[in-house]
Design a protein around this ligand. Structure first.
Ligand code: AHR
Length: 481
């Protein structure tokens, strides 16, 4: 495959928020995964696991979505503030029917966001909450002056308001968030978002609850009836190789299922194109972003684990899904303003897995680490003859060009050639790969997959040749002169 890199002038900016994460009160994502409480023997700062926070900071986590997911439309924020011993308990009906003690609430979330140094994306409750409840949450979080909610926040120990950059008005309101018709939700969106008031000077980016997968009618109705009142419209899409009912195992699959999984990941391209085309009718300037605030692999839970906890292992196949999907987001960076892979710790396509005080990084984590340079970089145009099983992104930031190549063939390496007359030298070359389709890290073998130095490239007469091994994600950083 020969790829002509057109020039070294950057084009569309890839928002760093495409590298966002999602954490729900589900299984062991929040409790155990992110939050262990101050009295835990697991090293923590104000209750937040130090190892997990450090790992997420290392991949430059730009934004964290919370508290759900389906949980968001059952969550009543007032139950999660004040002294922990007085907090009302609730049943987490969606996720295993476990008792939620509300020890992780608004103050704890913003403490976590502070420690991570990222932006907050809070998801409000439309399905079972009132307009007043949502309005008061926004006031509690963002009001700096004197007001009932701001004063209550101060009584609970927080003087200054927090920065809340993103706010979601409901979640999956076509399903777990109320089983609504798009016409009904569009009206509710118009009403609820009115009271997401602006107390500080920083504008809150309002996200309307968007479509499930290919429900294009949902997008049509929402855009037609409310596009001028939203900044973003969400889209949820998960990869289940054997379909929604059966899903498929995270660790046991054959070659056919490997390719099916990769194809399903690439389906994101069609979804964004078609939802985007509808949005173009109402918003040709692409002011309203597609916010893919739930994406990733969703397999059957690991045998012997709670079916409601959605705990799954993560292999080199997940790394392919992460890389392929991020490349699709890059391609549509003019319309995709944020994405949040589901879910950060111990749930679905997680970045890290924990067991007691142990933590391991997954192959998906390493893709996010390899791809860090693309955050807020500008896309570089290129064209090449299509080659099976190859996907790539080239971007530029701070006088460096980053080229990421994924070869998702199970068996064959690929010879690629890039014309690079206008560029300098490769200054960094790294990759992840594996010999087995289901290679993964576990608590006894935490480093089966990790980032290694990549030596399979040659620079000659303005061209760069790369031999991309089967099942690999490669990242090359090239100086500009
Ligand atoms: O991420 C798991 C669940 O998937 C979320 O709670 C929900 O929004 C989606 O259906």
């Amino acid at each position: 495959m020969t790829i002509q890199v057109l020039n070294n002038k950057g084009g569309t900016k890839i928002s760093k928020y495409i590298y966002g994460h999602f954490s729900e009160h589900l299984g062991r994502c929040i409790y155990e995964g992110l939050y262990v409480g101050k009295d835990s023997e697991i090293p923590n700062v104000n209750g937040m696991r130090t190892d997990v926070v450090e790992a997420l900071k290392n991949i430059d986590i730009p934004v964290l979505r919370w508290p759900g997911g389906c949980f968001a439309d059952e969550y009543h924020w007032k139950d999660g503030i004040g002294p922990k011993e007085n907090r009302k308990k609730m049943v987490n009906t969606h996720w295993g029917g476990v008792t939620e003690n509300n020890h992780f609430g608004t103050h704890e979330f913003f403490e976590l966001v502070d420690q991570l140094g990222c932006e907050a994306y809070v998801n409000g409750n439309v399905g079972s909450g009132t307009v007043q409840e949502m309005a008061e949450w926004v006031e509690y979080i963002t009001m700096g002056g004197v007001s009932p909610m701001a004063d209550w926040r101060r009584e609970n120990g927080r003087e200054e308001p927090w920065d809340m950059k993103f706010f979601g008005v409901g979640n999956e309101n076509w399903g777990c968030g109320g089983n609504m018709r798009p016409e009904y939700y569009a009206d509710l969106y118009r009403r609820y978002q009115t009271y997401v008031r602006q107390y500080g000077d920083k504008k809150i980016y309002k996200v309307a609850g968007g479509a499930n997968v290919d429900d294009y009618n949902w997008t049509e109705v929402l855009m037609k009836n409310a596009h001028w009142l939203m900044d973003g419209l969400s889209l949820h899409y998960y990869v289940h190789p054997q379909g929604w009912e059966k899903k498929g195992s995270a660790l046991e699959f054959d070659e056919a299922e490997w390719y099916l999984t990769c194809e399903k990941a690439l389906h994101m391209d069609e979804l964004i194109t078609r939802h985007g085309t509808i949005m173009d009718k109402y918003d040709p300037e692409k002011r309203v972003g597609i916010i893919v605030d739930e994406w990733g692999t969703w397999f059957s839970v690991e045998p012997g684990t709670n079916p409601g906890f959605l705990y799954q292992q993560n292999t080199i196949r997940d790394a392919m899904v992460a890389a392929l999907t991020l490349n699709v987001f890059h391609k549509h960076a003019d319309r995709v303003h944020m994405a949040n892979i589901a879910q950060t710790v111990n749930v679905l396509q997680a970045m890290v897995l924990t067991e007691g005080e142990k933590m391991i990084k997954t192959p998906s984590y390493y893709v996010f680490e390899l791809y860090k340079n693309h955050q807020d970089a500008e896309l570089i145009d290129s064209y090449g003859n299509e080659t099976e099983n190859i996907s790539y992104t080239i971007s530029k930031k701070d006088n460096k060009v980053t080229m990421s190549i994924t070869n998702y063939s199970v068996t064959d390496s690929a010879d690629l050639s890039f014309s690079l007359e206008k560029f300098g030298k490769v200054v960094e070359a790294k990759f992840i790969t594996a010999d087995e389709m289901n290679a993964h890290n576990d608590f006894d073998h935490p480093d089966t997959i990790s980032i290694e130095e990549f030596k399979g490239f040659k620079e000659e007469n303005g061209s760069l040749s790369v031999e991309a091994p089967a099942m690999s994600v490669i990242n090359l950083v090239i100086s500009e002169d």
